[in-house]
Design a protein around this ligand. Structure first.
Ligand SMILES: NC(=O)c1ccc[n+]([C@@H]2O[C@H](COP(=O)([O-])OP(=O)(O)OC[C@H]3O[C@@H](n4cnc5c(N)ncnc54)[C@H](OP(=O)(O)O)[C@@H]3O)[C@@H](O)[C@H]2O)c1
Length: 333
């Protein structure tokens, strides 16, 4: 087992005033922050939140300079007092990673032991980051709907932002579990790709039910929404009696212009999904399931591209503009 060098190459965001500058540079390992466990990072990924952390307007970065990257997978180099073995494959995401603690766009990362998830057997580091934060959030969303009572055969389940990270993994997982999936997208050229992931219907974003109406036709047996805004309002107004939507994101906005009527007349539920503070035991349990019964059979198709650290800034701009498809992997090792 090779020992760690004195420094690491990392993609760093420096903020001053209203501007954030991204640069690839060498950082001493002693600057990586607190934490028991030093990880040699093999793979990371590009999430919408990474895009937000790369600009001042995104308002999620809480330190400067900041090594970006809200998720990572690699191997333990220094376990500290964690009890992990040197060479153990691990992953980490969420908590302060990549927003208030140096993140995964670096050859090495130092993280608290309480953030570390041993890589489940059957999953490679590359596969884990093909799923990444987005895939974990999709899994939490599907589990929340099923815990609420959604069963295969209950009727169509809507997924919004379907070509994005959370959306595309949700389409894949739901279809593999036998649910009938309708996918909403703004990308006219992505319909065939969504069908290949398992969607039986693809709906243009402009054709979703009128969000200004408090109640629309009862259509969806469940929904996964990572978009928020008018799109989520439209979903809430179109849920069937007693159905639920699992809501995790806000790419279309933070407002939720709806009324109480779907809740008090149809008994629908709005299930909030949070991956960031999800307790570590639950996190490890869900990753075990992502390696087994929740593993999307279309995992290879979900990874749309693979970039090296120097190409990450372009990928971040693309995801912020809503132009990303599926999951973008960041190759570190
Ligand atoms: N709660 C949590 O713990 C958690 C965890 C992960 C992510 N998130 C949030 O979930 C959201 C998605 O994250 P992601 O990494 O999957 O991002 P992503 O890959 O960019 O996916 C978002 C998708 O939303 C759709 N979209 C973009 N702009 C839109 C607009 N103005 N109106 C309607 N739809 C729009 C696009 O899909 P189409 O082109 O197919 O319509 C886009 O691909 C983000 O808000 C992120 O912060 C939250």
């Amino acid at each position: 087992m090779t020992s760690a060098p004195a420094s690491t190459s990392a993609l760093v965001a420096d903020s001053s005033g209203d501007e954030t500058e991204l640069s690839l540079r060498d950082l001493p390992l002693t600057d990586l922050g607190t934490g028991d466990v030093l990880v040699a990072v093999a793979w990371s990924s590009v999430n919408y939140k990474d895009g937000l952390a790369s600009t001042k307007r995104g308002r999620v970065a809480r330190i400067s300079p900041l090594v970006l990257g809200i998720d990572l997978a690699g191997t333990v180099v220094e376990p500290g007092t964690s009890g992990l073995a040197v060479g153990q494959p691990v992953l980490a995401h969420g908590y302060d990673l990549g927003v208030a603690h140096h993140g995964g766009y670096s050859q090495y990362a130092r993280v608290p032991a309480g953030w570390v998830v041993p890589l489940p057997s059957g999953l490679t580091a590359r596969q884990a980051m093909t799923l990444g934060t987005a895939g974990f959030t999709a899994a939490l969303s599907v589990l929340a709907l099923e815990d609420h009572g959604l069963e295969p055969g209950a009727g169509p389940v809507l997924v919004t932002g379907a070509t994005g990270g959370v959306g595309s993994v949700a389409v894949s997982i739901l279809a593999a579990r036998g649910h009938q999936v309708a996918a909403v997208t703004g990308k006219a050229d992505a319909h065939d790709w969504l069908r290949a992931l398992g969607a039986t219907d693809v709906i243009d974003r402009g054709a979703v039910a009128d969000a200004s109406r408090p109640l629309n036709k009862e259509t969806w047996a469940g929904a996964v929404d990572c978009v928020g805004g008018d799109v989520l309002a439209s979903v809430v107004s179109s849920l069937r009696y007693g159905a639920a939507v699992a809501a995790s994101g806000n790419t279309a906005g933070t407002a939720l212009p709806t009324t109480v009527f779907p809740f008090i007349l149809r008994g629908v539920a709005l299930l909030g999904i949070d991956s960031v503070q999800c307790p570590i035991d639950r996190r490890r349990e869900v990753w075990q399931r992502l390696a087994t019964d929740l593993l999307p059979p279309t995992l290879d198709q979900l990874a749309s591209s693979e970039v090296a650290l120097d190409a990450v800034p372009d990928a971040l701009s693309r995801i912020l503009a809503g132009g990303s498809r599926g999951r973008v992997l960041v190759r570190i090792a």
